[in-house]
Design a protein around this ligand. Structure first.
Ligand SMILES: [Zn+2]
Length: 421
């Protein structure tokens, strides 16, 4: 290795370490900004929400936000330290060499290597996930998950990853062998087909493995929602109730799938919490996502992103200095895939405000659609207020914090937009 080469290798290590530290510090700083903002408003319900939320619920939401932030700080430091150790301790090239020696370099064995590494790396996060569900969520009265259900969920997730993720990895690695230089384009095509299939099949085949979906029960709510789906020409058969109460008292509604396989899902907890006109407004909002074609648009954006991702992996796989920096020998595409998987988040974090800004734009569009169909904004405003109250949402996030993390605008922002539309 030449001297110049050696400098590039050291610079690479330094840049990655700086990126890792920068993300960690930025996230800690965002937590701090947010905590301070919440504490500054903690004394009394902010002016705008007086009469909307009572003192004790507000105080509880402040406590809940601070408790979650406390756990988040621990998680951030823990995950960053873990990633640093994994990247710089030499455990990756060691395990790679060991795996190659034992099982060979076929696509099947190398896909197994990536799968096992992914599995092993997901293990250290389990204790914190467990704590979040059975201590924090429990403390604020949200948890309804049993221990058995929680472990069963993890087991099902593992089986699904093995059944779907492993074959996809094998296919990608086979494409590397078969198609040579342009493998990344083929691999991207394969991932795209896989994602489209999942978008169609997940609501039908995967989600029912975790929850029960039932049609709306007979009654006045059903009548009302059917009328709305007629009016907006949304097939009513796609409206279903999910037993969200099986895991948590949090409430929600979402829209998923596309084409004939589309589905709007209302949590049973939501139906318990909202009045009928409010539920109608929530449904109208979800139909708005469908009418504005938000899911196909997001899939298209993610396809562009993954094309860029595969290009970067193929490029990195040809850079000897990059491999050397992490202790790998040149020649295989596997280390590039692995390192990209570990490092993508470190760089992509800085783009999250853009992604979330985009997502919030869609929420405003769906809100506006709902208000138009309902011919008044008040039902949706009522629904949003109750949702915020029941979920103990943070009413006063710091703008930078919500910019980085919020996929939905805050209650205040949504109310303002609804009133002015
Ligand atoms: Zn929405």
């Amino acid at each position: 290795m030449s001297e110049k080469h050696g400098i590039i290798v050291s610079a690479t290590i330094a840049v990655v370490a700086v990126l890792l530290a920068a993300k960690w510090l930025a996230q800690l700083w965002l937590e701090r900004l947010n905590r301070r903002n919440v504490q500054a408003h903690a004394e009394a319900v902010p002016e705008t929400f007086r009469g909307v939320i009572d003192d004790s619920t507000y105080a509880k939401s402040v406590k809940y936000t601070l408790a979650k932030s406390g756990l988040q700080r621990i998680e951030l430091t823990y995950n960053t330290a873990l990633l640093g150790v994994i990247l710089f301790s030499g455990v990756l090239p060691l395990s790679f060499a060991w795996f190659q020696k034992g099982l060979g370099i076929s696509a099947w064995s190398m896909a197994l290597y990536l799968f096992v590494i992914g599995l092993v790396l997901s293990l250290p996060g389990l204790p914190l996930e467990w704590y979040a569900q059975f201590r924090l969520e429990e403390q604020f009265g949200f948890n309804t998950t049993t221990q058995k259900l929680w472990w069963l969920d993890r087991l099902k997730g593992l089986i699904l990853a093995a059944a779907l993720g492993y074959p996809l990895l094998v296919l990608v690695l086979k494409l590397v062998d078969w198609t040579g230089h342009w493998w990344w384009l083929w691999a991207w095509g394969a991932l795209l087909v896989f994602q489209l299939l999942m978008a169609v099949l997940a609501p039908v085949l995967i989600m029912p493995l975790f929850n029960r979906f039932t049609p709306l029960p007979e009654g006045s709510l059903r009548e009302r929602l059917l009328k709305l789906s007629d009016k907006t020409r949304f097939q009513a058969k796609g409206i279903q109730v999910m037993d969200g109460s099986k895991r948590s008292r949090h409430s929600n509604a979402f829209f998923t799938g596309f084409g004939r396989f589309r589905k709007i899902v209302l949590f049973d907890t939501l139906i318990q919490q909202l009045a009928e006109p409010e539920l109608e407004a929530v449904l109208a909002h979800e139909i708005g996502h469908y009418k504005k074609r938000h899911i196909p648009k997001m899939l298209a954006a993610s396809a562009v992103g993954s094309l860029g991702g595969f290009y970067v992996v193929a490029w990195l796989a040809r850079q000897e200095w990059f491999y050397r920096a992490f202790g790998f020998a040149a020649g295989s595409v596997i280390p590039a895939l692995l390192l990209f998987g570990l490092l993508a988040g470190v760089a992509m974090f800085w783009l999250s405000p853009v992604a979330h800004w985009w997502s919030r734009r869609y929420e405003y569009q769906a809100d506006a659609f709902a208000a138009k169909v309902m011919e008044e904004p008040q039902s949706l405003i009522g629904a949003l207020r109750k949702l915020n109250e029941k979920n103990l949402s943070n009413l006063t996030p710091h703008p930078l914090y919500s910019g980085f993390y919020y996929s939905h605008p805050t209650l205040l922002e949504r109310e303002e937009a609804l009133r002015s539309s």
